[in-house]
Design a protein around this ligand. Structure first.
Ligand SMILES: [Zn+2]
Ligand SMILES: [Zn+2]
Length: 353
């Protein structure tokens, strides 16, 4: 179909620390593709790390994982389905996952897009004619077939919904990986947004206790406001626990807290940990005590659906909106990246503002 808008504004990263704003034509939609007008985007740590560490190999690239927007077009010729099987149509408010399967291979058609061998990552792609609008930091975004898309229930504010596609999906995947949490003592390492979301999900899953380990005092206090039973500095003694969820707590902290994991316990490594030294793990103890040390892998589409369901049902219980900044325009992306990762968990961008 012909796109309902002619041009889009994008935050285009061409290397270095500079991010420019450009206008590009909105491409004609292929069958089943979804064109979204971005209402609000949030700058996750992945964007900050990519730019600071110049991680991308292929440039230029439209940045941005997280966002919430309104469907304004669906490419004719194929149905576009959300993660819960809903047929997507103009007017729906949606969020999207960061990993995009090819949409056609066996894994994708079986609903296992996370296992797709040709998976791409939104906001981390070279901008090519095949996928121009490939990041959330833009007025418009094209979600190819194979993208995870979830409808946002009414009543969830944009600022609360926006991080669903990255931070909350990662947290949901980590909780899934950890197994049933009812009655278990849970320690979360790191009180960034992934850590806060994992904390909130652990509480709602019936954890017997929750402890957050975090070096920054403001973040520790924030974790307490989100319901943690205790928030400890990294050098404090951590009580015995059954589950550790490492949301980028740092290698040394991880190795030390692992000593507090009870026999039969599970540790899930969920945070990105670029440029940190390796942790030393006592393999003999892992074997003797039956400890499970699990990596996260790529989140599945169901984790996006779980993240949205979680935030929709519980967002009123915690001050999610307080940890997202007032929105800046797309021209403020460079500043937003510089400010991300501090005590404000997310800097928001209103691309059309
Ligand atoms: Zn991200
Ligand atoms: Zn595929």
């Amino acid at each position: 179909m012909t796109a309902p808008v002619a041009t889009a504004r994008i935050a285009l990263w061409e290397g270095g620390t500079g991010v420019g704003v450009s206008s590009v034509p909105v491409p004609r939609l292929k069958p089943g593709e979804v064109l979204v007008e971005v209402r609000l985007a949030t700058v996750c740590g992945c964007v900050r790390d990519a730019v600071r560490e110049r991680r991308l190999g292929s440039l230029p690239s439209v940045l941005g994982h997280e966002g919430v927007g309104t469907v304004v077009g669906v490419g004719r010729g194929a149905e576009a389905l959300g993660t819960d099987g809903v047929s997507l149509a103009p007017g729906m408010r949606v969020v999207w996952g960061r990993d995009v399967g090819c949409g056609t291979c066996g894994a994708c058609t079986a609903g296992q897009g996370a296992a797709c061998p040709d998976s791409r990552e939104l906001g981390h792609q070279p901008m090519t004619d095949a996928w121009v609008l490939s990041g959330s930091l833009a007025s418009h975004l094209v979600l190819p077939r194979g993208a995870g898309v979830a409808v946002v229930p009414a009543g969830v504010p944009d600022a609360v919904a926006s991080p669903s596609g990255c931070a909350l999906t990662v947290a949901a995947a980590a909780i899934d990986r950890a197994g049933p949490l009812a009655g278990r003592r849970v320690v979360v390492l790191g009180a960034g947004l992934i850590g806060l979301a994992a904390l909130a999900m652990a509480i709602e899953a019936g954890a017997a206790s929750t402890t957050v380990v975090e070096p920054r005092g403001k973040r520790r206090r924030r974790a307490l406001r989100f319901g943690a039973d205790a928030a400890l500095d990294c050098d404090a003694r951590v009580p015995a626990c059954d589950v550790i969820i490492d949301a980028a707590g740092g290698a040394d902290t991880f190795a030390r807290v692992l000593d507090s994991l009870a026999a039969g316990g599970t540790a899930v490594v969920a945070g990105t940990r670029s440029q940190v030294p390796d942790a030393t793990v006592d393999l003999e103890r892992l074997s003797r005590d039956g400890i499970s040390l699990l990596g996260l892998g790529r989140p599945h589409g169901r984790h996006l659906a779980q993240a949205v369901a979680f935030i929709a049902s519980t967002h009123a219980l915690r001050p999610w909106a307080d940890i997202v900044s007032a929105p800046r325009g797309l021209d403020g992306v460079v500043e937003a990246i510089a400010h991300s990762g501090g005590t404000i968990a997310r800097v928001a961008i209103a691309p059309r503002g």
